[in-house]
Ligand binder design. Sequence first.
Ligand code: MG
Length: 368
Amino acid sequence: MKIVKISVFQKDLPLSHPYWLSGGRLKFEVLDATFVKIETDAGILGWGEGTPWGHTYVPAHGPGIRAGIETMASAILGQDPRRLAHVERAMDLCLPGHFYAKAPIDLACWDIAGQAAGLPIADMLGGRDEEGTWIASSVSTGEPEYMLRIVESYRRRGYKAHSCKVGGDIEKDIARIRFLEENRLPGERFLYDVNRAWTRREASIVMNNVADLGITVEQPCETLDDIAALRKITSTPISVDESLVTLQDATRIARDGLAEVFGIKLNRVGGLTKAARMRDVALAHGMQIYVMATGGSVLADTEAAHLAQTIPQEFRLGTWACQDMLTIDMAPGQGARNVNGKLTVSDTPGHGIVPDDEMLGDPFAVYQ
Ligand code: MG
């Protein structure tokens, strides 16, 4: 089987409400999504999505995905999409780094490989646990009462996990965390996501102040060196996501005990092939895992849900349904949807999603 055609589509995905990231320093209203259709000479076609959380959050941006695919297209055409490691190596040799540009290609190839084998991607990745994965909401930062109102709106949709964005004024952060913990219901799982907004000093003050609460803080500072320094002077558990980009990052974090949780984002790490290795590193070191897209439609959420559902439940903390934050649905009636606060993948071969033709419009580029 050979890849004979790559079609790239650009689509703006509007958020239903403006969103402020930790510290309130970044505002988002629309996501720049790239959808990729890969066609083969066997008549099987697959879809992948790459949707960064805006251009300003991490070193990944929508136009970069499309430019990256243009650079790699000649190396991808002619590959057998079922040989995922061959496709991965072809892309890595053609364009070092730029994992976010490779993810939609890798994901579309997994879709094809699953269809060719007659198996859902989760079974291709080692086997699906029957139980769905808790969805963590994404709670925009603000006054404590404002954040609680957002949590309550997700509770009404069945959510039991919430990623609450903090990381501004540290006195306010301590107040936010204490207020939200006081209002956390039994059985709920809250993650306090700083998105790199604290300095080392600020992080140590907040994390030591709230150490009695037993909370987990995500990505408190900018770099892994910061987090390594922080780990020595705090006891609050840490999740790392923005600083978890390469497999080398994963092995360093795990072996050196820099964090207790991996936040694996498929588009940041380069797709399912690379993400599955990080899953294995985490499991080998007794670390728990969140698996998410960086953003996007039901397609991005479903791709992440497939990997999530291969993780044993005691290690699987949650996933995300960015689809619930958008005003449009790219694949009505398809893919993993929120049911009682969980995403569950079906046994349809591949991921089972074909985005709506009319919504996609004409391709941005076609390579063949
Ligand atoms: Mg995060």
